[in-house]
Design a protein around this ligand. Structure first.
Ligand code: SF4
Ligand code: SF4
Length: 92
C-alpha cells in the first residue's frame, strides 16, 4: 500500500518529505511531488514531515483527492527522482 502525494502539495516544494525516504521514491513534478507506488515501501516516515499534510497512505486518501492515486502512479515514472531537500522554486 504505497503513500500518495495529494492536493496540498501544490506549490510547496520545500521537500522536507524527501529527506526521510529510505528508498528515494519521490519524484519532482512541475508543481508537486509524486511518490512512485512500486518503489514506496510504506515506511510511513514521510507523512509526518509534510507541513501541510499532503501525504496519505493509499487506503486513507481523502475522497476528494482519490484521483491523486492514479496521478502519482502515472507521473512519478516520467519525472526526475528527488532525494535532497531543495529551495522552493521561484515563479518565473
Ligand atoms: S513536504 Fe509535503 S507539500 Fe512539501 S513537497 Fe513534500 S509532500 Fe509536498
Ligand atoms: S512511506 Fe516511506 S518509502 Fe514511501 S514515500 Fe514515504 S518515506 Fe518513502
Amino acid at each position: 500500500m504505497p503513500h500518495v502525494v495529494c492536493q496540498p502539495c501544490f506549490a510547496c516544494k520545500y521537500t522536507d518529505c524527501v529527506v526521510v525516504c529510505p528508498v528515494e521514491c519521490f519524484y519532482e513534478g512541475q508543481q508537486i511531488l509524486y511518490i512512485h507506488p512500486e518503489e514506496c515501501i510504506d515506511c510511513e516516515a514521510c507523512a509526518p514531515e509534510c507541513p501541510v499534510e499532503a501525504i496519505f497512505p493509499e487506503d486513507n486518501v481523502p475522497a476528494e483527492w482519490e484521483a491523486f492515486i492514479e496521478l502519482n502512479a502515472e507521473m512519478a515514472p516520467q519525472c526526475e527522482v528527488l532525494a535532497e531537500k531543495k529551495e522552493p522554486l521561484v515563479d518565473s
